[in-house]
Design a binder for this molecule. Sequence first.
Ligand SMILES: Nc1ncnc2c1ncn2[C@@H]1O[C@H](COP(=O)(O)OP(=O)(O)OP(=O)(O)O)[C@@H](O)[C@H]1O
Ligand SMILES: [Mg+2]
Length: 289
Amino acid sequence: MEERKEEMEKKMEERKREMQEQEKRIKTRMGKIKYKLVILSGKGGVGKSTVTANLALALASKGYKVGVLDADIHGPSIPKILGVRGQQLTTGALPVGIFPAKGPLDIKVISMDFLIPNDETSVIWRGPMKSMAIRQFLADVAWGDLDFLLVDLPPGTGDEPLTIMQMIPAIDGVLMITAPSDVSGIVVKRAVGFTRELHVPLVGIIENYSGFVCPKCGAEFDILGIGGGQKISEQLGVPFLGKIPIDQRICEDSDRGKLFVIERAETPAAKAFMRVVDKVEEYLKQRGE
Ligand SMILES: Nc1ncnc2c1ncn2[C@@H]1O[C@H](COP(=O)(O)OP(=O)(O)OP(=O)(O)O)[C@@H](O)[C@H]1O
Ligand SMILES: [Mg+2]
């Protein structure tokens, strides 16, 4: 009995040491990244992954070195949107670690999608396993020197967001995505509360699906509403970063791995993404002053 207790204590001690080592590696890796931004929403399907991928492209097109961490373990979608599915990840012995996939404009990408053998395989993991995977993405991926790391999250405020918010030291800010409806607004309020509780700064709110601009005649239609995100941002005293209209080409391009914000730079939605980037740059400049 006494022996077993000793063995258990030894194992726990070892585990604690491993976790501490891992935290050190996370600090070192994250220390080489200038700005770390997290993309969050209360609700699912509001366009987090789409916004993350297009902001990454927009930033990279301005000459920044960008990485994207797809922290959606069950529904990873960044590789598809950036057209890098199927790349084999390679590794070097530690401290080198796992090399991220190389996306367009040299964007570095890491995602569970690279580790799942096929489309029919699901990841059936409970919280601790998911947290472990995310910790490993942070500790052992050879991101190198980056200007920006964008983190795409699954919806809500569960295990993955919590691990990200607690494990990444000195997050520069959270971008909150919402749809214009009141229902989305209520959920986004909770997500803002979550961010505040964890003392992570908020860059601001982005309203996606904000009206529809007809690609043929340029007329605007109010399909899912307009202005809900802006209203919430005023109520909560959070900056508003812009409205992204519905454009069916965003969806088509994502499905084909075509780079919407780059290849359709003249569309109102692409321009809206670029304006969000301007606002993020402004925010970071002010923060640095
Ligand atoms: N502004 C937009 N116009 C048209 N389609 C859009 C727009 N934004 C996102 N979409 C489409 O809506 C769908 C959902 O978007 P996306 O996967 O980015 O949402 P999400 O918030 O990441 O979802 P999840 O919560 O499941 O992670 C995708 O098919 C995407 O192409
Ligand atoms: Mg997503």
